[in-house]
Design a protein around this ligand. Structure first.
Ligand code: PBG
Length: 329
């Protein structure tokens, strides 16, 4: 009670604030998303994600070395698939010499200790830009999860340490776990996008991979029949608990900032590590405001990731990872 207690005493200098600080950001917090394209010498800036690039495999090597030297030891790979290789079944995703499989090997080659996680979903391979196989205008769950299991095995064969299914089909974690076990990949982990919302914040990412749902008759215009309704909270817990029962090693909430209530709730509920994806739209918003001089880029960036960690994130997938690590080192 005042005046016996004066809370401002613990804020009087940077030294005391440092002593009592509860949430500290370190390079170990981050998972770095990387976009990979075909070609040579390509480092192409993504229009809606300033200072973020797609790399061809030769330039990916340098980027990976740089990340490692900064203390960033985990990457999450995404590929931009050429249009002529897209279909409804995602056949190209199983090509042992496909872009993802070569990207995994490239990273492992230049940096064997780097933890490689891969995106497992159909959308970059789908002519329709959907995360599942479509029949009669419907995204069919059970044939899709069989396919995702094959895709995961293919990534494991190429050397991935973790697969990260981002599709939100029912039962895919069990299907993937069983396939990995059957093929002897007992050490390959699964980071499940467990509570993934049907968010409008994914726009810039879909630009980066050219993977937005197409506008065609008889094809769903959005991902609301599989990604979660932003209005729902209990559903997030149900999804996450089911994924853990099915064999997920790490669970995820996505997007970040607008869903920190969900992050805390999940963190209190489960006993596996919780990842949070600070998504492309969150990155783009800050870049745009900073370009206009409306927000202090570095200060807001740090405040945002600190809030994500404080909410309960053990792992943060973030396009800011490199900027942050440079800033705090
Ligand atoms: C697709 C996928 C998406 C993201 C990661 N994996 C987009 C989507 O679901 O449409 C979004 C990431 C971001 O916005 O940064 N399976």
């Amino acid at each position: 009670m005042y005046p016996l207690r004066r809370n401002r005493r613990l804020r009087t200098s940077e030294a005391i604030r440092g002593l009592v600080r509860e949430t500290i950001i370190t390079p170990n917090d981050f998972l770095v998303p990387l976009f990979v394209v075909e070609g040579k010498g390509v480092k192409a800036e993504i229009a809606s994600m300033p200072s973020y690039f797609r790399y061809s495999l030769d330039l990916l090597e340098q980027e990976v070395k740089e990340l490692w030297n900064l203390g960033l030891k985990s990457v999450l790979l995404f590929v931009k698939v050429p249009d002529n290789l897209k279909d409804n079944q995602g056949k190209e995703a199983l090509n042992p010499d496909g872009l993802m499989q070569r990207a995994i090997k490239t990273v492992k080659n230049v940096c064997p200790e780097m933890l490689v996680m891969t995106d497992v979903a159909l959308d970059p391979y789908s002519v329709y830009g959907h995360d599942g196989i479509i029949e009669n205008g419907v995204i069919v769950n059970d044939i899709t999860i069989d396919f995702l299991a094959e895709m995961s095995v293919s990534h494991a064969q190429a050397g991935a340490n973790f697969v990260a299914p981002s599709d939100m089909m029912d039962g895919r974690i069990l299907s993937i776990r069983e396939a990995l076990e059957d093929e002897g990949f007992t050490d390959t982990g699964i980071m499940s996008y467990s509570a993934k919302y049907a968010s409008a914040f994914y726009g810039p990412f879909r630009d980066a991979l050219d993977s937005a749902p197409v506008d065609m008759v008889n094809i769903p215009k959005d991902k609301k029949t599989y990604q979660m309704d932003p209005s729902n909270r209990f559903e997030a817990i149900r999804e996450t608990e089911m994924d853990i029962d099915e064999g997920a090693d790490i669970v995820m909430v996505k997007p970040g900032l607008c869903y920190l209530d969900i992050v805390r709730e999940i963190k209190n509920e489960v006993d596996v590590p919780v990842a949070v994806y600070q998504v492309s739209g969150e990155y783009a918003m800050l870049k745009a405001a900073a370009e206009k001089g409306w927000l202090d880029h570095d200060a807001v960036m740090m405040e945002q990731v600190t809030a994500i960690k404080r909410a309960g994130a053990d792992i943060i997938a973030s396009y800011f990872a490199k900027d942050i690590v440079k800033l705090i080192s």
